[in-house]
Write a protein that binds this ligand. Structure first.
Ligand code: ZN
Ligand code: ZN
Length: 370
């Protein structure tokens, strides 16, 4: 990560901590660590104490941490990173006047981890001297608005995933199994340069297309809708898209169902602009399906933010008050699932711009009949 960028993120985070009255903070969620200091490895803890940042890791990551991290002192020890961080924090804060408020990420720390931190601290400090303050979404809130470089990376990931879509469709011949199509899809993505898939690819042929989170099976693809939902990771950032294809001739009812979901998706996208509440965008899409009495088959929320993780804030769901802001990147993915028959879902990745939105996914949404 560029030095200026890291410094900027640290500054925004410190400001947030000041608002919350924290003296220290333990960042343990790896995507949050990566966001703040650039470390891409799989073990480490980032701490803020007395105005300075330290990163704790073990011997496997000494070189990598020194190369990747700017703005934090790298501290390597044979202790587990979290114990080392807590021990160091206790020593560092010993002279602190008053009770020390130490922020922890309650969404990510297990109870065992929390008590390990507490135990390390109480070896050096009386219990009355410190308080572990459970926080939620502190770094995640900062991650909602993406910077220019982050948007570039997401755009590249989205384009890579879209670029393989025509070949994925080619592989969707009758007789192929869902597993074969999913495996081929993942292979195409890796060959095109993806670091890995953003999540387990979904290939669901009717009637399994009626299961929103179907896993690919050994079943052969038959006549009906096939939902293809996949995403890649490129330079750390995720993409996410869904297209629904029809294998064999589609009846009028199937075409109407597809048209209704597409209309809902377009209405959702049209509602994306700075100042709109996430719940309003959800409602814009849901309303279209309600008019057609299909809303009871739309059983999930409309979309989610994405970035370093596939599911991030904001959540686009009923009643969500989070206001959309420029730089947020979200998915718009209504779906209708009719039990025993089949389902349709259409998903694009959308950027909130200063004036409205930009759909990043370039792939056509016209119904493809194979
Ligand atoms: Zn998806
Ligand atoms: Zn999604």
């Amino acid at each position: 990560m560029k030095q200026g960028e890291a410094a900027n993120r640290f500054r925004r985070f410190e400001h947030e901590l000041e608002d919350q009255g924290m003296d220290c903070f333990l960042v343990t969620h790896l995507p949050n660590i990566r966001y703040l200091c650039g470390f891409t490895g799989s073990a480490g803890v980032l701490t803020f104490a007395n105005g300075s940042w330290s990163f704790f890791t073990d011997g496997r990551y000494t070189e990598q941490a020194k190369n990747e991290i700017s703005g934090a002192t790298v501290r390597v020890n044979s202790l587990p990173a979290l114990a080392h961080a807590a021990q160091w924090l206790a020593a560092r804060m010993r002279g602190h006047r008053g009770r020390i408020r130490i922020g922890i990420e309650a969404d990510h720390l297990t109870l065992a981890m929390e008590s390990a931190v507490s135990e390390q601290l109480s070896r050096a400090l009386p219990k009355s001297k410190f308080h572990l303050a459970e926080t939620s979404m502190t770094v995640e809130r900062l991650r909602m608005r993406k910077g220019a470089e982050e948007i570039r990376r997401i755009r590249d990931a989205v384009n890579l995933a879209s670029s393989i879509f025509p070949q994925v469709i080619e592989s969707l011949r009758a007789g192929a199994t869902e597993n074969e199509v999913a495996g081929g899809l993942d292979h195409l993505a890796r060959v095109a340069g993806a670091e890995k898939m953003a999540f387990e690819s979904i290939v669901a042929s009717a009637p399994r297309s009626a299961l929103p989170h179907a896993r690919p099976t050994r079943e052969r693809i038959g006549r009906g809708f096939v939902i293809l939902d996949y995403g890649v990771i490129l330079r750390g950032y995720c993409s996410d898209m869904t297209r629904t294809v029809h294998v064999g001739d589609a009846t009028k009812a199937s075409r109407d169902l597809y048209a209704a979901v597409l209309e809902a998706q377009l209405a959702g996208i049209a509602a994306v602009r700075p100042g709109a509440a996430a719940g309003e965008v959800d409602e814009a899409a849901r309303k279209i399906l309600r008019k057609r009495k299909l809303d009871r088959y739309f059983t999930h929320s409309l979309g989610h933010g994405l970035g370093l993780e596939i599911h991030e804030a904001p959540r686009l769901a009923r009643g969500q008050k989070q206001i959309l802001e420029p730089g947020m990147v979200i998915t718009i993915e209504p779906g209708v699932y009719i039990p025993g028959k089949g389902g349709v879902r259409i998903e694009d990745t959308v950027l909130v711009t200063e004036t409205g939105h930009e759909v990043l996914t370039p792939t056509s949404k016209e119904l493809i009949i194979r």
